[in-house]
Write a protein that binds this ligand. Structure first.
Ligand code: PHE
Length: 358
């Protein structure tokens, strides 16, 4: 047996016998390290004649490769053994109490959505969902926004690539398509909210390309503006945790509601702070209206039998107002210090009975 073969046999035996990562590393260094035995042999190639090198070169390289590979294989095996050992011996008691400082924080947007759901659940609403990638039809046409309608420009839509039939999906620009999906898949009466992400190609101090809305939809045989007003007032009082709130309904326009309104709440601007419920200023918080007969017809409901209302609220805006968060963009900067400051304890689940935010 040549020296090279003998050395290989010896090294492979050592590798196979290594019982720990550190033992294996020692074997590797002794063989392949700068001053290792294999490395020393490799160095002798320089002093050989061309003929000799042609023979010894491939032999030595083969040795090096096989030793290297044996080290890797053994390493993987040792790692697996180690993991199995830990899985068998380590135990976590999931019933132990959590240390408050070590828990993660709930993002203010998640907190706000949980609060919205708690409030509307109490009013008899359930939660509906729709996809972030919508068809043009659901996001626009079904909502009485035909292709040439100027509202399409106002929405700064993100379009996806054209499909085979030439149509293009969009990142939904509002949560209103969930109205359509709900009415198409369920029988009236409807009483749903749909919180979620929406997207518009707009980015500056007060706009981010992704933000959040909550849609509300109520459809029944006798639903009128009085119901709309009451629901929104109850919602605002509960959300801002105030006994009374003064709201202003301004005429506006949305293609999918008639009449349409925008709603402001009374506030006072105090330095950089906004104080709600008092003062002479007004702050716009949502858009709403009675569902347009054309939208009802689209989903196959007879507008003479069923009517209802819808509203759309900017969740991020509501969170900023309630929790005094000055900068919208910070919501999405994933800064842990910010989250620690503005976030919520993960074990305090908002409920009307137990308190929404305190
Ligand atoms: N979808 C509208 C928007 O994004 C808001 C809205 C919803 C208005 C429902 C009326 C009814 O601006």
């Amino acid at each position: 047996m040549s020296d090279i073969d003998a050395l290989e046999k010896e090294l492979l035996a050592q590798i196979g016998a290594a019982e720990s990562q550190s033992e294996l590393e020692q074997v590797r260094v002794d063989a392949l390290g700068k001053k290792g035995r294999v490395s020393a042999l490799m160095k002798t190639l320089g002093g050989m004649s061309a003929e000799e090198r042609k023979v010894q070169g491939p032999l030595l390289n083969g040795l090096k490769d096989r030793v290297n590979e044996a080290v890797h294989t053994r390493k993987a095996a040792l790692e697996e053994e180690e993991l199995n050992r830990r899985l068998v011996t380590e135990r976590i008691d999931v019933t132990l109490p959590v240390l408050a400082q070590q828990t993660g924080r709930i993002h203010p947007i998640s907190q706000t959505i949980d609060e919205l759901c708690a409030i509307f659940a109490d009013l008899g609403f359930s939660v509906a969902e729709g996809p972030d990638i919508e068809t043009d039809e659901m996001n626009f046409s079904a909502l009485n926004i035909p292709p040439e309608h100027p509202a399409r420009q106002m929405h700064d839509t993100f379009y996806l690539e054209a499909k085979e039939d030439g149509s293009r999906d969009v990142l939904r620009t509002h949560t209103s398509p969930v109205q359509i999906r709900t009415m198409l898949t369920e029988e009236p009466p409807h009483r749903v909210i749909a919180p979620g992400r929406v997207y518009r190609c707009d980015s500056d101090q007060t706009h981010t390309p992704m933000f959040h809305q909550v849609e509300g939809l109520v459809i029944d045989r006798e639903t009128h503006m009085g119901h709309l007003k009451w629901v929104l007032e109850e919602f605002c009082k509960a959300f801002f945790e105030l006994d009374s709130i003064s709201m202003r309904f301004r005429p506006s326009h949305f293609p999918f509601t008639e009449p349409s309104m925008e709603v402001d709440i009374r506030c006072r601007r105090d330095g950089g702070q906004i104080v709600l419920g008092e003062g002479d200023d007004w702050l716009e918080i949502l858009g709403c209206g009675m569902v347009h007969p054309k939208v009802l017809q689209y989903v196959g409901l007879d507008p003479d039998v069923f009517q209802g209302f819808a509203f759309g609220v900017g969740i991020d805006r509501m969170a900023m107002l309630k929790y005094g968060i000055p900068d919208l963009r910070a919501f999405f900067a994933a800064d842990l210090r910010w989250l620690k400051h503005y976030g919520f304890p993960s074990l305090d689940i908002p409920s009307l009975a137990g308190g929404l935010s305190r």
